[in-house]
Design a protein around this ligand. Structure first.
Ligand code: SF4
Length: 259
């Protein structure tokens, strides 16, 4: 996968869709959008393990290619985690592989796209772990390897954006009426799903996403501090809007006095 980062990435969309000034602040404060760490590296590796298994299951790689990639990933996992971990990672990935294979068993003509780059706009794009189209349903399937909190697929803007990007292309070929979003988070035994119609998804893009992108591009947006929106914001340490909101909250709760 090419190492190209979207200006407005789906993974941070809950922030920039709601706080349309955050992009400007992050740029001006020169704080990095992404921070690498062990969990992020482990997540990247877990996705590579899933991809290798999926390619094998779909017959997209030979047995020798699968084995060679598995060996490479096993070495990388052991180096990163200090213990053998490839079997465990494959076990965790197997639920998502089986989910996709089940769709294929029901409909052998289903289209399965792995690690699919999808674009909502020139600046907003990302890579969906899997897009599956069967009949009039498009499935957007995402893999989370984290062990923090279970991530819900319900109104999940990251997956909605993947779905919207895929819909832009594949509605030219298929009569897609329904979009199913699925998040597998096996280390928390979580599988969350959410269903929207294709019309609802198009309407969300028109009324929420494109106006937010316009505001960001024209620097006419506004700050929108809240616990959830600010949670992963790289600029939260330097954001006066968030500081003022916290100050106001503390005053309101009587935890501070304003004299
Ligand atoms: S900290 Fe919160 S309010 Fe401030 S820019 Fe980030 S998301 Fe917006």
């Amino acid at each position: 996968m090419p190492d190209v980062h979207a200006k407005l990435s789906p993974s941070s969309s809950h922030r920039w869709l709601n706080c349309t000034k955050s992009f400007d602040l992050i740029e001006s404060a020169k704080v990095p959008e992404q921070t690498a760490g062990l969990a992020a590296e482990e997540g990247t590796l877990a996705h590579a393990v899933l991809e290798n298994l999926m390619k094998q299951a779909l017959g997209k790689v030979s047995a020798a290619e699968f084995k060679a990639e598995r060996k490479r990933l096993a070495e990388e996992a052991e180096k990163l985690l200090g213990r053998p971990a490839i079997s465990e990672m494959e076990q965790f990935a197997s639920g998502q592989v089986e989910f996709i294979l089940d769709i294929l068993r029901d409909d052998p003509t289903a289209l399965v796209l792995i690690e699919q780059r999808v674009w909502v706009s020139e600046q907003c794009f990302g890579t969906a772990d899997a897009i599956v189209i069967s009949g009039d349903t498009m499935y957007v399937v995402d893999y989370k390897y984290g062990v923090g909190l279970p991530v819900s697929a319900v109104e999940n803007s990251q997956l909605l954006l993947y779905g919207a990007g895929a819909l832009r292309i594949w509605e030219l070929v298929y009569d897609i009426q329904t979009v199913e979003l699925h998040i597998f988070q096996p280390r928390l035994r979580s599988h969350s799903e959410y269903v929207v119609t294709a019309d609802e998804l198009r309407s969300w893009v028109d009324t929420k996403v494109l106006p937010a992108i316009d505001e960001i591009n024209s620097s006419t947006g506004s700050f929108c501090p809240s616990d959830k929106i600010c949670q992963w914001c790289p600029a939260k340490a330097v954001c006066s809007a968030r500081a003022n909101a916290m100050w106001g909250f503390l005053l309101q709760e009587g935890m501070l006095t304003d004299d």
